[in-house]
Design a protein around this ligand. Structure first.
Ligand code: SAM
Ligand code: SF4
Length: 332
């Protein structure tokens, strides 16, 4: 199976899996969760063993990159062991993780040793008060210490993720760029997506486009367009003043990246989502639990599910909830 390839009905090769390992989180970011979230009961979520089996089947079918996400992946107990097992799968090129950084102070070293290759760390503000407001519970210094622990542990090409909201953190864009440059990190600015219903701000009023972010950065730095690609939705720019850092933009509203989509996502309930912005899905938990010890059944279900992958999402900038899932359920 080493040269298996998963193709959807538009002949797009799917070789990237984003695996959500928990819907829980120690933060409650205003754009991601409601303040009083109800999380899934334990029996409804996949065990670590089941998550591993899904990873194993995807890699057998040609997946080359897996990103663990959530919720906050580092609040799931046993996460380091899961990383070690997935990283050792023959054929997998890269195991990555997206994290809020709060647990990296203690876990960066073990994750690096377990074989995690790259980290994306979310950081929306450098002001402790505002950071607390945006995350509702987060401690900025703990996250900065986590970022520094990741650098010290040996992680390279670490990327910061920042969701920009007009009137909430847009005035910090260049400070965040300077922070990334100081540490030799990349930084990606993300347009807020209409996932789940939120109450604290109007997504329409807070919308700040990638073009606006770029114009803001151009006030302080010389941006050079770049053909760099990670095969994902980010478009990258280099900074003349800081050759070691790149600036990425994820613009689901203003730039449609669906034609080159190579990814699928699995929720921690074992629901395989074929597109971030649509509900097309397949229930892998049922397949796993109805056919224990039969990886072929799981692989067949995955191959079949590729036929459900839609051509594109259609996010609009308004306050209507277009997808009822919150991002913590989806796995960002
Ligand atoms: N807890 C981890 C973290 O925050 O990095 C991983 C999961 S989080 C859902 C993954 C990414 O999705 C984060 O960078 C977060 O900022 C982003 N995100 C969450 N909700 C979003 C939304 N509605 N629109 C755009 N990005 C969102
Ligand atoms: Fe938690 Fe990440 Fe969602 Fe923030 S964005 S609430 S850190 S899952």
């Amino acid at each position: 199976m080493a040269d298996s390839v998963l193709l959807d009905r538009f002949a797009r090769k799917v070789d990237y899996l984003r695996l959500s390992v928990t819907d829980r989180c120690d933060f409650r970011c205003v754009y991601c969760m409601a303040e009083d979230m109800t999380f899934l009961p334990r029996q409804q979520i996949l065990s670590l063993e089941e998550i591993f089996q899904v990873a194993q089947s995807f890699v057998a079918l040609g997946t080359r990159k897996i990103r663990l996400t959530g919720g906050e992946p580092l609040v799931r107990s046993g996460i380091v062991g899961l990383c070690e097992n997935i990283a050792a799968l023959p054929g997998l090129r890269e195991l990555c993780m997206t994290t809020n950084g709060s647990q990296l102070g203690k876990l960066a070293g073990p994750l690096f040793k377990a074989g995690v290759k790259r980290l994306n760390i979310s950081l929306d503000s450098l002001d402790p008060q505002r950071f607390r407001e945006l995350t509702r519970t987060g401690d900025l210094q703990q996250v900065i210490d986590g970022i520094d622990a990741a650098i010290a542990a040996g992680f390279v090409h670490t990327k910061l993720n920042c969701v920009v909201m007009q009137g909430r953190n847009d005035h910090e864009i260049n400070d965040l760029v300077a922070f990334a440059i100081e540490r030799g990190l990349d930084i990606t600015f993300i347009e807020e997506m209409p996932l789940g219903s939120i109450s604290e701000h109007s997504r329409k009023e807070s919308f700040f486009s990638s073009d606006q972010v770029r114009a803001r950065i151009a006030e302080r730095y010389t941006l050079l367009s770049s053909t760099d690609s990670t095969n994902g939705p980010s478009r990258y720019w280099r900074i003349a003043e800081a050759p070691h850092s790149r600036i990425g933009f994820i613009s689901p509203h203003s730039h449609n990246f669906c034609a080159t989509c190579n990814r699928v996502r699995m929720t921690v309930e074992g629901r395989l989502l074929l597109c971030l912005g649509n509900e097309h899905s397949a229930d892998l938990k049922a397949v796993l639990r109805d056919n224990p010890g039969q990886p072929q059944m799981l692989e067949d279900a995955i191959v079949k599910a590729m036929q459900l992958k839609p051509w594109s999402h259609d996010f609009r900038i308004d306050d209507d909830v277009q997808v009822v899932r919150f991002m913590n359920m989806t796995g960002g």
